[in-house]
Design a protein around this ligand. Sequence first.
Ligand code: HH2
Length: 342
Amino acid sequence: MKDRGLSQYLRPIAMTDPARPSGALSLAGGWCWFDRVEILSRQAPPRIVGLGDLTEAERAGLSTSRPAFGGMAMDAPRIMGILNITPDSFSDGGLFLRPEAALMQARRMAAEADILDIGGESTRPGAAEVSPTEETARTAPVIAALRTGGLALPISIDTRKAAVAEAAFAAGASILNDVTALRFDAGMAGAAARAEVPVILMHSIETPATMQDDPRYDDVLLDVYDALAERLTVARAAGIPDDRLAIDPGIGFGKTLEHNLALLARLSLFHGLGVPVLLGASRKRFIGTIGAEAEAARRMPGSLAVALAGVAQGMQMIRVHDVAETRQALRLWQAATRGYST
Ligand code: HH2
């Protein structure tokens, strides 16, 4: 064992260059490789070490292939298409509130998406809570109609409420996406364990109503990592096994622009938690700020840039509004980094 003392964090430095040294390891069994690791700590400045400075277990933890998630192999980036059946979502609120409009958008996205993420409550900063009855009435019938219509793609239900999740599972949803990582509803962990569905644990603080009121961290990257590690422990204790868990750093949820950027620059740290990682940055406020675009629906170019930056750090799933555009960008990113197209 290499004793580095307590509370050190290993961040594999993700590479996609075709010139891959022979001793390099695959990052989480995916499309990136690494032969150096940045050691991060709360007490000392970062330093870079080679693979020889890692234990066998540390090397294996960062490089082993992740199990399939919700039936999807994690050896290629997967696109999650967002469908908000809400009147008030920050970028598409009101567009898909009518069931016919929601179904049409779901079918359009299904052509290029790997997963559909369906939500019936906005979690934008300052959003008001929706009753479980109302949220279920928005989401479950659309999920049922998609299944009746023969849609086979995995569908995740984006909710923090157990009653809404259970109705969605009964209607045909097969993944839980909880932006509070099972914090909000004490019944959620049990509901997910009983339904035997895969779960995405997203980092957030407080509630959407208050989360942007001056969020503070000692070290945002390490604090979010520790918080997700703790939520993984809670999920496992509730009976959700590792091969049904994924994590998400929760861009924009209780984070300032500086916090979001600190997370994005070092996303590959999260592979250390041993499960697939999802990135959701599509059209979010920081993209408008840095990209100088006030209107959320016009932030597709900036959203593509951030999604590809995430894929370059091995993010296994990217959650986006603009599915077809993201698929095209991803195909070209893959071809241009490999030097050939498949
Ligand atoms: N972001 C939003 C909602 N759900 N789930 C995951 N796992 N990751 C995210 O980053 C994430 C999420 C917020 O975006 P959106 O659904 O577009 O807006 P709203 O909450 O206003 O409906």
